[in-house]
Design a protein around this ligand. Structure first.
Ligand code: NAD
Ligand code: MG
Length: 403
């Protein structure tokens, strides 16, 4: 029986994880659930899954949850604050930690799980973009097992030979590990989001409601906006760079609007191995939860009799400048990606709050990236400080030149 901790349990990935766990009660038990401040959603989850711990990162929300759980006669213990997130992630009885908090807020609890040598299921790509070098070093040293949840990275992982999968999980990778397995390229597929065909002249008028309506995937707000700007693919390219120890030059982004192929690995003999499936995160989640075994999910199989043509194209810089900023940042180095991630979080939340136009997200990101292109930060303290500085520069830029 695997004891499961879900960081970000009320979110889209958190809910899908609980769905998979609920289908396999013989394999998974819920030890702890965490959320930011959504008391009502957390109350429902606690009553249904009866975790030993429920953590709210906001203290006021924790007090409210505690009262409501007590009134309902629940045994769940309520904890509050960031340290409590880290504590449950590193709990001695936890076997598996789903890292599904959105944004930089997920870094410390996810690192706590890594340091405690848990099996870490990584959905929180921002943690890797923010601190990839440090993060992977900790995976290598701690004995943790890291499994990718992001559908593209999970697909790539599935397309690798078993020996390389083992090395990826433990980050026992050398510079020539892909070369030794005769892998020539990693191909990340991207849907292109809702604005693939929208005239560029309309980009200034795109609303948050339009941007979060993804054509294929049902996801949280932040990643939905990132998908619309294709910053999501940029973050994923950086994520792939760290997870698979792969130079940027060997990662190709291909637009594939149907989201049937979730990503591919190209070998030197001319073979390309792909993973296909429905756009439902329960598939990669179940794969990672049971790895190296496989378990069933409720996801419908692909129906090839109704599948229409699969199409592919490349991402234009004028339409998706954020993707190219991320590629630049990955070439500059770790500190540049920390700054870009911070800027993007600030810009996306300003856009969602109606304070920034859709097409201005890339302007904020470019301005911050330019300022931090040659910065350095290797220790955790320095990374956290750089993240804060980049956020301040982004805020100033939004309130100054762009206001
Ligand atoms: P979401 O917005 O639906 O959920 C986010 C979760 O994080 C919620 O439980 C929320 O309470 C919690 N949270 C938010 N801010 C927090 C804070 N400051 N402190 C503590 N907890 C906080 O997001 P999501 O779509 O589930 O995505 C989660 C992560 O998984 C993101 O990093 C995203 O990029 C990644 N991801 C998501 C999908 C998807 O299909 N949704 C796919 C691939 C990767
Ligand atoms: Mg993805």
């Amino acid at each position: 029986m695997q004891q499961l901790v879900i960081l970000g349990a009320t979110g889209s990935i958190g809910q899908s994880t609980l769905k998979v766990a609920a289908e396999h009660p013989d394999r998974f038990a819920v030890l702890a659930l965490t959320a930011h401040r959504s008391v009502h959603a957390m109350l429902q989850l606690c009553l249904r899954f009866q975790p030993r711990y429920a953590v709210m990162s906001e203290h006021a929300a924790a007090r409210e949850l505690q009262q409501q759980l007590q009134a309902a006669g629940s045994q769940t213990e309520v904890l509050a604050g960031e340290q409590a997130l880290c504590d449950v992630a590193a709990h001695p009885e936890a076997d598996m930690v789903m890292a599904a908090i959105v944004g930089a807020a997920g870094l410390l609890p996810t690192l706590a799980a890594v340091k405690a040598a848990k099996t870490v299921l990584l959905a929180n790509k921002e943690a890797l973009v923010m601190a990839g070098a440090l993060f992977m070093q900790q995976v290598q040293q701690s004995g943790a097992r890291l499994l990718p949840i992001d559908s593209e990275h999970n697909a790539i992982f599935q397309c690798l030979p078993a020996s390389l999968q083992q090395a990826v999980c433990r980050h026992q990778l050398q510079t020539d590990s892909l070369q030794q397995q005769r892998i020539s390229k990693i191909i990340l597929t991207a849907s292109g989001g809702p604005f693939l065909q929208t005239p560029l002249s309309d980009f200034a008028h795109i609303t948050p409601a339009q941007a979060v309506a993804h054509p294929n995937w049902d996801m949280g707000q932040k990643i939905s906006v990132d998908s619309a700007t294709m910053m999501n693919k940029g973050l994923e390219l950086i994520e792939a760079h760290w997870l698979f120890h792969c130079p940027v030059e060997q990662i190709e982004v291909v637009i594939h609007p149907q989201s049937v192929i979730h990503s591919m690995v190209q070998y030197q003999d001319g073979s390309v191995i792909a993973q296909l499936g429905q756009p439902d995160m329960c598939t990669p989640i179940a794969y990672a939860m049971a790895y190296p075994e496989r378990i069933s999910t409720q996801v419908a199989p692909l129906d090839f009799s109704t599948l229409s043509a699969l199409s592919f194209s490349s991402a234009e810089r004028s339409r998706f400048p954020n993707l190219y900023l991320a590629i630049d940042a990955c070439r500059y180095g770790q500190a540049a990606t920390t700054a870009l991630n911070a800027a993007n979080e600030v810009a996306v939340s300003a856009f969602l709050a109606g304070q920034l136009r859709f097409d201005q997200i890339a302007l904020v990101n470019a301005a911050v990236l330019e300022q931090f292109a040659v910065a350095t930060a290797t220790e955790l303290e320095a990374i956290l400080e750089l993240d804060q500085q980049a956020r301040m520069v982004a805020e100033h830029f939004i309130q100054g030149p762009l206001a």
